[in-house]
Design a protein around this ligand. Structure first.
Ligand code: SF4
Length: 311
């Protein structure tokens, strides 16, 4: 078996030879982030996918992210190292059920988080990410009735911040962000009183209400830079710690503990399916490739482009 540094070099050579770009999400393995041309959150990655002039986009992340890249760059070859890299949040909103739900609210506009399948995006008026959800909602007239999907925690957070109590929420969630234990986080605060709690808005309400800062992965990273503290309890997927340690080596970062202590980690197992071996294989063989029906793609594109224009 080829060892990892050599594999990383071979991936680098293939990238240049094939004019490919590797986009990686913050939640992927550290060694995957290290071979990427760009590492970011969902919003930044979709912006990069829209503007790249590479012939091939290799998406080191989960399936809906690669689909988003294909929607925005239909003429490019979009590769996903492991098509089984799904997302519990996207899976919590099946398109046929969502179509029936939407039909019950004919005068509502649909704002959907990008963590959805392309079929749900095709049923959406405006997409959003955790970075821009508030901005997107606040850009819409106060009397415009809204459905927000699929994350109930982010939706509930937006309702509280904007005071728009009439937003109708789809009842979906991410299994990683729902498993943090408030009790254990508060116990950690007792032993680390100077530590600030940083939470992603997909976490449950009581954790968000206990947090010193709530924001997307990028916003959490930026907050530490502005805040200048020395200790943080981080309530989001553990992959983000890699970028944080690179940026703030002097800071103590404490992963928020999950409810199930036998689990012992906050990993998204879907993100961790992406490995260097699979990236190399996908680039070498130019497969697995993401393909999307054109009618669905063009409908989904409208909702994503509207988001990008407002971001
Ligand atoms: S962390 Fe949650 S929302 Fe993000 S990809 Fe994994 S399952 Fe989906």
């Amino acid at each position: 078996m080829v060892d990892k540094p050599t594999l990383a070099e071979k991936i680098g050579e293939l990238k240049v030879r094939k004019n490919a770009v590797i986009l990686a999400h913050y939640y992927t393995r550290p060694e995957v982030q290290d071979v990427a041309d760009f590492v970011g959150d969902s919003l930044a990655l979709s912006q990069k996918a829209a503007e790249t002039d590479a012939d091939i986009i290799l998406f080191a992340g989960v399936y809906f992210m690669a689909e988003t890249a294909k929607v925005l760059s239909p003429a490019k070859k979009v590769l996903i190292p492991d098509p089984a890299a799904g997302c519990s949040l996207a899976d919590s909103c099946p398109a046929p059920d969502f179509a029936a739900f939407r039909a019950r609210y004919p005068d509502h506009k649909v704002v959907s988080y990008v963590n959805t399948s392309v079929d749900v995006k095709a049923l959406t008026d405006i997409c959003c990410t955790s970075s821009n959800a508030l901005k997107i909602i606040q850009s819409l007239p106060r009397d415009q009735r809204l459905i927000f999907a699929p994350d109930r925690n982010l939706g509930d957070y937006i309702k509280r911040i904007t005071g728009r109590d009439d937003i109708v929420l789809w009842d979906g969630a991410c299994h990683v962000h729902e498993k943090f234990s408030l009790e254990k986080i508060l116990d950690l605060k007792k032993t680390h009183p100077a530590a600030k709690i940083l939470a992603h808005p997909e976490c449950k309400k009581l954790i968000l209400m206990s947090a010193d800062f709530v924001g997307s992965t990028s916003a959490i990273i930026d907050f530490i830079g502005r805040d200048g503290g020395s200790q943080y309890i981080v309530a989001t997927e553990s992959g983000i710690l890699h970028e944080m340690k690179l940026k703030y080596p002097q800071v103590e970062l404490i992963p928020a503990p999950p409810i199930d202590s036998t689990c012992g980690c906050n990993d998204c197992e879907y993100m961790k399916l992406v490995t260097l071996e699979k990236i190399y294989s996908a680039l070498a063989n130019e497969t697995p490739e993401v393909t999307i029906d054109e009618t669905i793609r063009s409908r989904a594109e409208r909702s994503i482009r509207t988001m990008l224009e407002l971001s």
